[in-house]
Ligand binder design. Structure first.
Ligand code: CUA
Length: 159
């Protein structure tokens, strides 16, 4: 079969792009822990106030050393604020929304989740560097979206 020279170039270019794109997904998944959403858990956004976990969202340190942060996103803030967590320990974030879709991004880290009313977004990560981090909403949620900012404080572990 005779394939034109230029057509051959385009065919290989298309295959090359596919390899690059797939390679990028594999690389970021392996090196940067960039994963598609995998945690499916629902919660009733209408009754968040009386929910045992999200009625009073807070940072919980369990006796086994694990840290769980429950967060409610709402127009236009995150509760609790600031969020204070220890460094060098796995921290599990559990985030839901009280109204519309929001984002939860810890600037400078790969903590980044879409927050959808009715669902609990969950991910776990370990902060190595103590300090103050900005938590930003990265889904347009209304006129004050740009002011929806919170603070995360990573404190030095003292044990
Ligand atoms: Cu919440 Cu943008």
């Amino acid at each position: 079969m005779n394939v034109e020279f230029y057509e051959r170039i385009w065919m290989w270019a298309a295959i090359g792009l596919l390899v690059i794109f797939l390679g990028t997904i594999v690389l970021t998944a392996a090196n940067d822990a960039v994963h598609p959403p995998s945690h499916i858990e629902t919660v009733d956004p209408e009754t968040l106030a009386s929910n045992p976990e999200f009625g009073n969202p807070a940072v919980a340190e369990h006796p086994d050393g694990s840290v769980v942060v429950s967060v409610v996103s709402q127009l236009y803030s995150f509760i609790p604020d600031p969020i204070v967590v220890p460094a060098n320990r796995p921290v599990t974030f559990r985030i839901t929304s009280a109204d519309v879709m929001h984002g939860f991004e810890v600037v400078g880290t790969n903590a980044n989740a879409t927050v959808i009313p009715g669902y609990v977004s969950q991910f776990t990560l370990t902060f190595k560097k103590p300090g103050e981090y900005i938590v930003g909403c990265n889904e347009y949620c209304g006129v004050q979206h740009h002011n929806m900012v919170g603070k995360l404080i990573v404190r030095k572990e003292s044990r």
